[in-house]
Design a protein around this ligand. Structure first.
Ligand code: HEC
Ligand code: HEC
Length: 377
């Protein structure tokens, strides 16, 4: 071959590499396709929360944003929501367990996509985003605030009171608790605007939905193998279901529930007790409407002990460490946990949904590569 022809061949080879459509999706079975399609589309449709008269209101979101970064809500004037939900850390704090006025027992979840959740908190102690936003203000070890302190800020601070006056008025007179609830509803309206961006996975998924032969263009081959494990032998989709990669309910995957000094985190069963004891639920007078049936029909069962809410996996690469108490530091270690899960530690007496998967090192790496494609680049 002449030098010119060799150069031409090399150039053609490079061109072919550039145009390659990524890993082939042709060998996905119809069943695999169906399962993959169920994880979208993203973002999902959303309707304002009927329980929050300020839901979806831009003026309320503006007040909520100001309150989110406001340390004067707390007893010592030093802790704001953003102390533990830092925007630059995907609305987490990067810590194992959060520290407010006192150390907490749990890891701070991201607030992205919180607007779609029926139960909030790892134990589901809140049944609305607004109630989950009031709880940290009033919790003694978290921000240690009071309705009186919140009301004073809304009445007396020039900037905050102007933002508050711009909101639709309530029928009832504005007592301190009512003002604190308004603050929480505005905080919820702000958090409703925090929706995670589309990812490489979404491009693949929508390409498959549209029947495009190049659906996997630019999608890593190892991630595609990991995705097949996720919806297949790994059984991950069973709980990490749907577009949000969570069915939103509570499960046990063998993460310990012992805290130090012989204390345990009771998980869901404690969450149901806390929900029942709170005046700030969908059944209470501060709620504005919407569907209260899930709360009304809640029954605590013995098997709820030690269950935690299935977390969404969107954006998961940005929210280490993992699990309700942050005890697992990396995604690699989470996948190893599922691979080697200790069945002795699964205590729920209901149906057993997880088994040690005994994945090879390559399969574990593939699953991690897939999980990384659920986070925007
Ligand atoms: C001291 C740290 C800390 C502060 C301050 C804090 N949070 Fe949190 N947040 C957490 C932790 C930890 C959890 C998990 C709590 C649980 O499971 O019981 C959480 C959970 C939440 C949740 C539930 C999310 C979900 O998907 O379940 C929402 C919503 C939330 N916080 C909003 C706020 C708002 C709004 C503020 C300010 C008013 C705030 N947080 C202040 C640490 C904090
Ligand atoms: C039986 C339901 C169930 C199955 C099956 C399941 N998970 Fe989970 N997953 C959970 C629950 C519940 C948690 C939180 C546990 C806790 O905090 O104690 C969790 C936590 C996680 C986390 C940590 C997320 C975070 O933000 O802390 C990742 C990552 C994860 N699972 C990935 C997977 C993968 C990969 C598979 C398949 C190999 C899988 N899960 C299978 C229920 C499940």
């Amino acid at each position: 071959m002449s030098i010119a022809r060799r150069r031409l061949a090399a150039a053609l080879g490079a061109l072919v590499l550039l145009l390659l459509p990524g890993p082939a999706t042709a060998d996905l079975s119809p069943e695999e396709r169906t399962r993959i399609l169920r994880h979208g589309p993203w973002p999902p449709p959303w309707r304002p929360d009927g329980g929050n008269r300020l839901s979806g209101d831009p003026a309320a979101a503006a007040l909520g944003r100001a309150l989110f970064f406001e340390p004067r809500l707390s007893a010592d004037g030093a802790v704001s929501c953003a102390t533990c939900h830092r925007p630059e850390l995907a609305w987490t704090d990067g810590r194992t367990r959060s520290v407010g006025l006192a150390p907490m027992d749990r890891n701070a979840p991201s607030l992205l996509d919180a607007r779609g959740r029926r139960w909030l908190g790892w134990d589901g102690a809140s049944d609305s985003l607004w109630a989950a936003s009031l709880r940290p203000i009033l919790e003694p070890g978290e921000m240690g605030g009071t309705p009186g302190r919140v009301a004073a800020l809304l009445r007396e601070d020039e900037h905050l009171s102007a933002l508050h006056r711009a909101l639709p008025a309530r029928a009832a007179p504005e007592d301190e608790t009512g003002l604190a609830v308004d603050a929480a509803k505005a905080l919820a309206a702000f958090q409703e605007t925090l929706v995670s961006r589309r990812t490489r996975f979404d491009r693949l998924r929508d390409g498959l939905a549209a029947g495009r032969p190049d659906a996997a263009a630019g999608y890593p081959a190892d991630a595609l193998r990991g995705l097949r494990l996720f919806v297949g032998r790994g059984n991950c989709s069973l709980c990490h279901a749907g577009a949000a990669f969570s069915h939103g309910e509570f499960e046990d995957v063998g993460v310990g529930y012992f805290l130090e000094r012989g204390r345990v985190d009771p998980g869901r069963i404690g969450g149901i007790d806390r929900l029942r004891a709170s005046p700030f639920t969908r059944l209470g007078r501060w709620n504005d409407g919407g569907d209260a049936r899930p709360t009304r029909h809640l029954v605590a069962r013995h098997r709820d002990f030690g269950l935690f809410r299935v977390p969404s996996l969107r954006g998961v690469a940005a929210t280490a460490p993992y699990m309700h108490d942050g005890r697992i530091p990396t995604l690699e270690a989470v996948v190893r946990h599922y691979s080697e899960i200790d069945e002795e530690r699964l205590h729920a007496d209901g149906s057993r949904l997880v088994r040690p998967l005994r994945l090879s090192a390559g399969e574990q790496a593939d699953l991690v590569a897939f999980l990384r494609t659920l986070t925007p680049e």
